[in-house]
Design a protein around this ligand. Structure first.
Ligand code: CUA
Length: 319
């Protein structure tokens, strides 16, 4: 039951929700079947040889040797056929992964940082880049070409339900095409050990209808000022305590060291998939980031209770 429960997960290559993941899933099935058959054959041969050694009689020597010869021929044949099937399946899976490479795709840049994800979309209308963090939205049935790199050490990008994984290397640009075929929430993760909080370097992935996606992108492109009040105690506190590292477009906060927080309240989680996006979690994260994610670049921000409340309330309005 526990094994089967993994088949329907939001972070599982066994429940493909995209073209590339389906190709890899098929390859996985072929490999499991072929390798399983080879395993059974080897084990069967071993048992047969052991039994034969026990009951061997000198007078049958000639006939027995002929039988061994025949068995070896069959085994060699099965191995050649098995390898041919594996090579063919691998070839076609590889072709499927790159089938969209020549086509027009939506451009997204993802940069890995210890331990969060900078995500940028190219606005098809204006051509400028729209920044967000730790949440990837994908339009259903369209191909998104993700350009991956890293700002510090080697990370690896993997959304198992949608595609295979690929490394994010400083100074290099790796490309990965994602063509999702099922709407819903999925989870992506870093799959290359990158330091103390490697396990807390995840992100949410939402596959949605193209119209919903276009609306989301339009909202993301807008500055915070258009949707939420950017004045008040919380906004003032942000400008003095947080603006050196975080940006909120439409305000004086222009820091680039940490995640862009322009529409943080519209996200599903905070701190790279570590905590749910709620006002309480925000307040806890601001007060004690080192307790929740030891080693993170985010320093604790000492605040009076009323100020902590005002700051969290301000961020929770940035939808
Ligand atoms: Cu980033 Cu592991």
């Amino acid at each position: 039951m526990l094994i089967l429960s993994a088949c329907t997960g939001v972070q599982s290559p066994l429940a493909p929700a995209g073209d590339q993941a389906s190709a890899l899933h098929m390859l996985l099935i072929v490999m499991t079947v072929v390798c399983g058959l080879v395993y059974l054959l080897v084990m069967g041969g071993l048992v047969w040889a052991l039994m034969r050694a026990r009951s061997r009689r000198r007078k049958d020597e000639g006939r027995a040797e002929k039988r061994v010869d025949r068995a070896l021929h069959v085994a060699a044949g099965v191995i050649v056929v098995g390898l041919t099937i594996l090579i063919t399946a691998s070839f076609f899976a590889d072709r499927a992964l790159f089938a969209t490479r020549g086509q027009d795709a939506m451009a997204v840049r993802v940069t890995g940082h210890q331990w969060w994800w900078r995500i940028e979309y190219r606005d098809p209308a204006s051509g400028r880049w729209i920044e967000t963090a730790n949440e990837l939205h994908l339009p259903l049935g369209r191909t998104t070409r993700v350009e991956l790199t890293s700002g510090d050490v080697i990370h690896s990008f993997w959304v198992p339900n949608v595609s295979g994984k690929i490394d994010m290397i400083p100074g290099r640009r790796n490309l990965l095409d994602l063509t999702p075929r099922r709407t819903g929430w999925f989870r992506g993760a870093c799959t290359e050990f990158c330091g103390a909080q490697h396990a807390h370097m995840a992100f949410d992935v939402k596959v949605e209808a193209p119209a919903d996606f276009d609306l989301w992108l339009k909202t993301q492109a807008a500055p915070a000022a258009s949707g939420a009040p950017v004045t008040g105690r919380g906004a003032q506190l942000f400008a003095t305590k947080c603006a050196a590292c975080h940006r909120i477009r439409g305000t004086s906060a222009t820091g680039r060291a940490g995640p862009d927080l322009t529409h943080i309240a519209a996200r599903r989680s905070i701190a790279a998939g570590t905590l749910p996006m709620t006002r309480g979690a925000l307040q806890g994260w601001i007060a004690q980031p080192q307790a929740l994610k030891p080693g993170t670049s985010m320093p604790a921000v000492p605040l009076l209770p009323a100020d902590a409340d005002a700051l969290a309330a301000y961020l929770a309005r940035l939808r």
